[in-house]
Write a protein that binds this ligand. Structure first.
Ligand code: NAP
Length: 289
């Protein structure tokens, strides 16, 4: 691992590590924010294979990085290599942000904060009411934890192909008011009828299969629903178009990406990320992809 070259000696460095990493929008997001605030910081990207993870964690410390993001496949695997992790990251069992201070690398999970901040403007529409989460992978864990711990929904239904994975999410977070249902049209439609917040954490509808949706065309979406799709490629999924047409409020995955990044940015720099600038840059980038 090498520092980016040709920069003034007072530059500070941040990065993302993952494998593969080429499609990450995080460098564009953070570097646009640093530029907008005229901060002498640079955010780099390192493709790190699983067997190089421990060395990368050490190198990032030695080279004087302020911190870094961690993405697939390292979010769980990195934990034993860190000097500590915060409570949320520990409860979820995944780290996506690391801060290095006094040669100590501490792990955090800002994906959860991303979900909380993206949904906060609509909280009045779903707080104390039942929510439906589709999928039971990594994004589902962050979403369910956010809904249960911070957004205070009254009950969470997890619809998943694997009932085992769904049950282990509910069990790990000790959610008493959890229901597990099949990822099947009948069960999804029944759940929609009594849930106010609908969250898609599956990749169904993601580029290139953009004509797919986790819900059937006759699913009873309505104006009282808040529909949240974690996918951001494309910016507006078939699910969100369907929900909009039914009069529901919609939130796209780009907002989570931006808000998790904003939370990390604040931890590293002590400054607020200019989210409007960043949103515009990322929307432009995703529109032409
Ligand atoms: P993951 O760990 O692989 O989990 C995917 C989940 O979706 C699993 O439960 C999987 O079920 C289920 N699934 C996959 N294909 C399905 C299908 N055809 N029908 C029903 N269920 C299906 O992936 P992840 O990391 O959670 O990511 C999931 C999505 O969230 C991706 O589209 C990703 O881009 C998005 N995401 C967005 C952000 C953001 O910042 N906006 C952050 C993270 C993730 P099985 O376990 O049965 O395979």
């Amino acid at each position: 691992m090498k520092l980016p070259e040709h920069l003034a000696p007072d530059y500070r460095f941040l990065a993302i590590i993952g494998h593969p990493i080429t499609h990450s929008l995080s460098p564009l997001m953070h570097n646009s924010a640093f530029q907008a605030l005229s901060l002498p910081y640079l955010y780099a990207m390192y493709d790190i294979e699983p067997d190089g993870l421990l060395k990368a964690v050490q190198d990032l410390k030695t080279l004087g990085f302020l911190g870094y993001n961690v993405t697939i496949p390292h979010k769980q695997a990195i934990i034993p290599s860190l000097d500590g992790i915060d409570e949320n990251a520990k409860a979820i069992g995944a780290v996506n942000t690391v801060c290095i201070l006094n040669s100590k690398a501490i792990g955090y999970n800002t994906d959860v904060l991303g979900v909380v901040r993206a949904l906060e403007p609509f909280k009045g529409l779903f707080a104390e009411k039942p929510a439906l989460v589709m999928g039971a992978g990594g994004a589902a864990r962050a979403a369910v934890f956010a809904l249960h711990t911070f957004l205070k929904v009254s009950e969470i239904t997890i619809a998943a192909r694997s009932k085992e994975k769904a049950s282990s999410i509910a069990g790990d977070f000790r959610i008493r008011n959890a229901k597990i249902v099949n990822f099947a049209r009948k069960d999804l439609n029944t759940s929609l009828a009594h849930c106010s917040l609908i969250v898609n954490t599956t990749p169904v509808g993601m580029h290139p299969l953009v004509d797919a949706s986790p819900l059937s065309d006759d699913a009873p979406l309505k104006s009282g629903h808040v529909v949240f799709d974690l996918i951001y490629r494309p910016l507006e999924t078939k699910l969100l178009r369907h929900a909009k047409a039914a009069g529901a409020k919609v939130v796209g995955g780009l907002e989570v990406l931006i808000q998790q990044g904003a939370a990390a940015f604040e931890m590293w720099t002590g400054k607020k990320m200019p989210v409007d600038v960043v949103r515009k840059v990322l929307e432009e980038k995703l529109k032409v992809e």
